[in-house]
Write a protein that binds this ligand. Sequence first.
Ligand SMILES: O=P(O)(O)O[C@H]1O[C@H](CO)[C@@H](O)[C@H]1O
Ligand SMILES: O=c1cc[nH]c(=O)[nH]1
Length: 267
Amino acid sequence: MPHYALPHEIMYHTGLSREMTEGARYALVPGDPGRVEGLAKALDEKASFVCSHRDFTTWKARVSGETVLVMSTGMGGPCVTFAVEELARLGVTSFIRVGTTGSIQEDLNLGDLVINKGAVRRDGASRAYAPLAYPAMADMRITLALEEAARELKVPCKTGISVSTDSFWPGQERYDSFSGYVRKNLQGSLAEYRALGCTNFEMENATLFTLTSVLGLSAGSLCGVVAKRTDSEAVAPKEVYELAEKRFHQVVKRALEMLIGHFMVTL
Ligand SMILES: O=P(O)(O)O[C@H]1O[C@H](CO)[C@@H](O)[C@H]1O
Ligand SMILES: O=c1cc[nH]c(=O)[nH]1
C-alpha cells in the first residue's frame, strides 16, 4: 500500500508538501539546482518558484493543462533516492532526468543530446533497492516521446545505454584528477564500455531507473553532451553547455506535450 503524504505534511529533505505540488504527476529532475529556473521558464514563461531546501530547488510550470514540477536532484545516486522517495509520496509518477553527460562514442558530439533507455548500475544507491542482476531500464513511453520530439525538432540525438558512476574521476576513468590515479580494475573501463556499445557516462540514471521500476513509477532521461571522451577528458566551454541546454529545453517540452496528450491515463 503506497505511503502517500498527508496534504500539509512537509517532506523532510525537499521541503515540499502536497499542497505545494498541486497534484503534479510529472517531474523534470536535472542534477543542478542552477538549471531549474531556466528549464521551468522554458516550459512555461509564467513558471513560479516553489521551494528550495538542501540540494532540492523546485519550480512549477503548466504544460498542456498539467502542473509539472522541475526539481534538482543534486549529484549522484544517493541524492536521487531522496528526490524519488519524497516526490513519489507527493503523488509524482513520472520523472524525466534532464542532465549533462560525457559521450564515449565517436558519433556523439559536443552539444548533441543522448536519450538513455537503460543504464549500467555502477552506482551504489540502487543496490539498497534491488540486486545488481535487476535491470536499470527507462520507461518505454517516455523514451519514445523523447525520441519523437528530438526527431521532430531535428536535434542531433542518439539513444543508448549510459554508464552511471558514483565517481566523476576514477569511476569514469579520468586521469586529470588530483592524484591522477585510476585503480587497476577501472583502467581500460572506458574502452570496454565503448566496445559494449554504451553511449555515455553520467551519475544519476541507474539509481533513477532502478528505483522508479521497483516502486512502480516511470522515468526517462535526456542529457546534453558536455565532454567528448573519445577526444579529451575536459568538460567543454560554456557555449557548448548553452547549445545543449537550448536543445534539451525544446525536446523535453515537446515530449511532455506528447506524453500528457497521449498517455495521460496510463502513465
Ligand atoms: O548535469 P547533471 O544533471 O548534474 O549531470 C551530470 O553532471 C554531474 C557531474 O558534472 C553529475 O551529476 C552528472 O550526472
Ligand atoms: O563527462 C561527464 C560530463 C558530465 N557529467 C558526467 O558525469 N561526466
